[in-house]
Design a protein. Structure first.
Length: 399
């Protein structure tokens, strides 16, 4: 999906927000009808019936009639598709749309082709009931049949065309790379490269902490609280943009350099889930207070390094060349001799094999195991039984 920065005027921004409100209102009404289904009431209305109800509602309410019928009907189509995807098991259950969180609307059909290029850096798009809105040209405009206009929490508008780019062709060298994802090192390659996802600087983190403390003291619903929330959203969007930029550049580089890319098959939603409270064995009925706090730091580290986004973009750009490997014991197995023991990993960054003495970076050693596919083939060797009066059994049999 090709996304561009939309630059509306003050009057156009008011009109865009009104369109977002109409799309959100129609979506929530359709969701309310769907959630009220019971066996006694029969089936809920589909898209055709909901479109007929929308026509009656537009005739009855002037504020709804002032909006674009194309935007409102498309919201119903999007909801019908979301329900179909949910029943197919490919997507999650449709949820409520909230003001300020999921602002946006979808344009499909002939109206989505009303795009004109003004200069080398600027172009404009004709939005229904809004007019011509300029956007910044950061890449070539794709030939798409639909686009979506969104507004993030920082107040920035974006125009995204629904166009899937062609995958990057393989270099044909036959090289295989393993990618080990972590917290301290975002991505360690089997070639020895250590990649780190950029985030907020120390000064920006201090400002974020200061703004969060100010937010806790603000009165709910006040203008000051809204300004502080916008300032926090700008800092978070800055970190998100840096993470996306790093993921795009890293995935493109890996897709161009290697024929086969192997990654760990991690269950990220389960790994970043909030833990259950652990009871204190010394005090019945009391739970340990620091368990969730420590897990929250790990969850933030997992999400801040873009584990899932990196693999998803790799699968898009290197289609058919990304293989998921079982992550079991990749960090405990020696990449040279194959010996596996928990004591092989001395620390977060140091790996020293207890059998052959091989020493390397722990993340790079795991990446080499992933590239070789040893995560599913290596097994722990059975211990050798030594009698106090006799030599080891395998030594006696060898003689």
């Amino acid at each position: 999906m090709s996304r561009f920065r939309l630059c509306p005027t003050a009057a156009q921004e008011v009109a865009l927000l009104e369109q977002c409100g109409h799309a959100r209102y129609v979506w929530n009404l359709a969701l309310e009808q769907w959630t009220m289904w019971t066996r006694s009431k029969g089936p809920t209305p589909g898209f055709v019936e909901q479109a007929r109800q929308l026509t009656e509602a537009r005739a009855a309410f002037g504020w709804l009639r002032s909006g674009s019928q194309t935007v409102q009907q498309q919201a119903l189509r999007d909801f019908a598709q979301a329900v179909k995807n949910f029943h197919a098991g490919t997507h999650r259950r449709p949820t409520w749309r909230k003001a300020g969180l999921r602002e946006g609307f979808h344009i499909v059909g002939s109206q989505a082709r009303r795009v004109e290029q003004l200069s080398r850096k600027w172009a404009r798009v004709l939005v229904p009931k809004v007019g011509w809105v300029r956007f910044r040209l950061s890449r070539v405009i794709p030939d798409a049949k639909s686009y979506r206009i969104t507004r993030d929490r920082a107040g920035r508008w974006h125009l995204a065309f629904a166009a899937v780019p062609d995958p990057i062709p393989a270099p044909g060298t036959g090289e295989v790379v393993g990618v080990d994802r972590g917290i301290t090192v975002s991505a360690a390659l089997s070639t020895g490269d250590l990649l780190t996802c950029p985030g907020l600087s120390d000064r920006e983190l201090e400002r974020l902490k200061h703004l969060q403390r100010r937010l806790a003291r603000c009165r709910r619903g006040s203008n000051r609280r809204q300004r502080v929330r916008t300032a926090i959203a700008k800092l978070c969007s800055r970190a998100r943009d840096r993470r996306r930029d790093w993921v795009e550049k890293t995935s493109t580089d890996l897709a161009r350099r290697f024929d086969q890319i192997r990654v760990e098959d991690l269950r990220i939603p389960q790994m970043s889930r909030r833990p259950k409270p652990k009871p204190d064995p010394a005090r019945p009925g009391v739970f340990l207070p620091n368990r969730r706090r420590a897990k929250a730091g790990l969850n933030r580290g997992i999400l801040a390094n873009g584990w899932g986004l990196l693999v998803r973009r790799l699968e898009d750009k290197a289609a058919g060349r990304v293989e998921r490997v079982n992550p079991a014991f990749t960090s405990q197995t020696c990449s040279v001799c194959g010996h596996r023991a928990p004591g092989n990993r001395k620390s977060q960054a140091v790996f020293r094999c207890a059998a052959c003495g091989h020493q390397a970076n722990a993340d790079v050693n795991a990446a080499v195991n992933i590239a070789a596919g040893r995560a599913v083939s290596v097994r722990r060797e059975p211990p050798v039984w030594v009698s106090p009066k006799r030599e080891p059994q395998h030594a006696a049999s060898a003689e």
